[in-house]
Design a protein around this ligand. Sequence first.
Ligand code: GDP
Ligand code: MG
Length: 163
Amino acid sequence: MNFTVAIVGRPNVGKSTLFNRLVGRRLALVDDRPGVTRDRREGEGHLGDLTFTIVDTAGLEEAGPETLSGRMRAQTETAISQADAIFFMIDARVGPTPVDRAFAAVARKSGKPIVLVANKSEGLAGEAGRMDAYSLGLGDPIPVSAEHNEGMVDLYDALVAAL
Ligand code: GDP
Ligand code: MG
């Protein structure tokens, strides 16, 4: 199957970490500082028996943590428009923020299939944030830990169901 999945979300939720995980090599720059992935990155993603194009979106955020900078929004919209499905990622430990809600509105407007990915859910961390994430209106949050490689089977199932 030949399709494209875009990883979308505010800076620092772990998009590049998941991208690296799915591509299987350190292609995207991962950094503790928000907004480090400056350009969109594409790679060949693998998840179970699926192979697809995966797109890591930037998080350039010069306007401050509670504002969607125009460039970030435009880049996200472009990636969404070129994708067949969206991994919409939040930080489950933080729960949904106003910036997440702004991104969620952009993603929802596209009408594309969306998988709500609740990252940083290793162990029992992020359970409260995951409950709150239902309020984004993007369906069931899928708990994963991109860093610790947890939840990939559930992510696979959710992607297959969304496509
Ligand atoms: P991006 O800005 O959304 O691309 O986020 P990054 O992939 O650059 O990750 C931001 C920070 O979150 C880095 O410090 C990562 O190591 C960390 N991170 C990513 N995934 C996880 C995870 O599953 N669990 C935890 N605890 N931290 C993570
Ligand atoms: Mg990044």
